[in-house]
Design a protein. Structure first.
Ligand code: NAD
Length: 471
């Protein structure tokens, strides 16, 4: 499509330029032309999506800077390269992923055809969140494209510069007959959700996840819900504290803590806490120098609402490190809070900012009980050299994923499915799982008309006699 065509479709004021009913109906009609079933077509679209990233690195980084003051390195690694790698994987393996499977046959089906085809669902709705507004929008979208679906992408209105850019540029790369960007906030998304989709892939908060689940119920639309939660970190005295502190602080500081799998809080003994605080201070100095605020490597809070929510969490708490905030820049210094009690506001909801509370526990058993009293988290982090305790925690807790002696990186391993459990979500993606998410595994049994097998099967026909049951 030409650049001019693209700009007609999209309204950059983040209001939908088209009637959702019409967009959904058009995409469904186009889906039924079978255009997206062609592997050649899908590959071309995936290549174009890669080109979209390669052509627009600077504009994409600028938009992410406007939305989150995201450091360029984070834009390149966590948004652009991460998503490009996922798209490359889909592209290179598409033939294999899309191949039908021929499961083992039992004796009764020896003469039959038994096959599982990977078929697209139809029209997929992808709803993205603001914290990684490129990665979280385009990674699932690429999966839906690879699987042969038509897609409506609804980027988050809370990262408006990125949403605007996606709406403006994507139609220059992807077929607008099959893939549309639909901008808007809560009213527009609510309107969109009234329509029938064949699959919904949602990323965002647990509370909105419930709204999406309810809306999907009307048409029994299958959903993936990539949600959040409080991801705990357990550290024991056997851990290498300098390495642990560096890794945990990195995970809490990227995107200024606004990462769904960021370590939310720490569980450790008072003795471990003392060592951790020493090394945490060193790590922050190493990362940002003497003062975090002037560092170009630390982002900002996405909007005033989130800034005020986080600043409030710092009232009446015991701050061990950090604590400085600046509303004019929506800056919150990496802050470690100690002597935090379970009932305190800091422990009620996902923090989603650079604040790290430490809750004291006396033993690994206490830590396990504490984790199990909360909702099932998206991630669980264990820092220990003690493999018995590691297994004890793994065998007595639940979470979407786990990293041992590190944080966040479990989601970057292609072979590991990424998703939550319970209130942290349902379904998963990344690697092959991204393709599998967007296909229906259609079971196909093919029989012939030969008479011998029909005689063999005649046992199933009436009249039902006792003699038939005995065979
Ligand atoms: P958000 O405000 O961008 O909302 C997410 C999407 O939901 C947006 O597209 C928004 O338009 C839509 N939305 C919001 N309210 C709605 C409503 N009432 N009805 C219909 N649609 C609505 O993002 P957020 O919810 O603040 O995202 C942060 C949360 O997302 C955190 O909890 C985080 O942990 C989670 N998250 C999870 C993952 C994951 O992969 N599991 C990744 C990133 C973020």
């Amino acid at each position: 499509t030409s650049k001019n065509e693209a700009s007609v479709v999209i309204d950059v004021n983040l209001t939908p330029a088209k009637d959702p009913e019409e967009v959904v109906a058009t995409l469904r009609k186009n889906f039924h032309t079978n255009k997206t079933r062609s592997l050649k077509f899908r590959k071309k679209q995936l290549k174009n999506l890669m080109r979209f990233f390669q052509d627009n690195v600077d504009d994409l980084c600028d938009a992410l800077y406007k939305d989150l003051r995201k450091p360029r390195t984070e834009c390149i690694t966590n948004e652009i390269e991460f998503t490009l790698n996922e798209i490359k994987n889909l592209l290179w393996n598409l033939d294999e992923y899309a191949n039908p499977e021929y499961p083992e046959k039992g004796f009764v089906n020896m003469l039959d055809g038994v096959e599982i085809r990977k078929e697209p669902y139809g029209v997929v709705l992808v709803i993205g969140s603001w914290n990684y507004p490129l990665n979280i929008a385009l990674n699932p979208m690429a999966g839906a494209i690879a699987a042969g679906n038509c897609v409506i992408l609804k980027p988050s209105e809370n990262a408006p510069a990125t949403a605007e850019l996606l709406a403006k540029l994507l139609p220059n790369y992807l077929s607008i007959d099959c893939y549309q960007v639909f901008c808007g906030g809560i009213p527009e998304t609510t309107e969109l959700l009234k329509h029938k989709f064949d699959y919904i892939f949602y990323t965002g908060s647990t509370s909105v996840g419930r709204i999406i689940h309810k809306a999907s119920n009307k048409y029994l639309t299958p959903v993936t819900l990539e949600l959040g939660g409080k991801s705990p970190v357990y550290i024991d005295e056997t851990a290498d504290m300098a390495i642990a502190a560096r890794r945990i602080l990195w995970g809490k500081c990227i995107n200024a803590g606004q990462t769904c799998v960021a370590p939310d809080y720490i569980l450790c003994t008072k003795k471990v806490e003392e060592q951790f605080l020493y090394h945490a201070e060193q790590a922050l100095k190493e990362f940002f120098g003497g003062s975090v605020k002037p560092s170009p490597d630390f982002g900002r809070i996405v909007n005033d609402n989130h800034f005020n929510r986080l600043a409030k969490l710092l009232k009446d708490v015991k701050i061990a490190i950090g604590g400085h905030t600046d509303p004019t820049e929506r800056f919150i210094c990496p802050t470690i809070v100690i002597d935090v009690l379970p009932g305190e506001p800091l422990m009620q909801e996902e923090i989603f900012g650079p604040i790290l509370p430490i809750v004291s526990v006396k033993s690994v058993k206490d830590a396990i009980d504490f984790i199990n009293e909360g909702e099932k988290p998206l991630a669980l982090y264990i820092f220990t050299k003690n493999s018995k305790d590691k297994e004890l925690i793994l065998n007595n807790t639940q979470s979407g994923g786990v990293a041992i002696n590190d944080v966040i990186l479990q989601i970057s391993v292609e072979g590991l499915p990424f998703g939550g459990i319970g209130s942290s979500g349902m379904g998963s993606y990344h690697g092959k799982q991204t393709f599998d998410t967007f296909v229906h595994r259609r079971s196909i049994l093919t029989k012939n008309f030969r008479t011998i097998p029909d005689k063999m099967h005649s046992l199933k026909y009436p009249p039902y006699t006792d003699a038939k049951l005995k065979i």
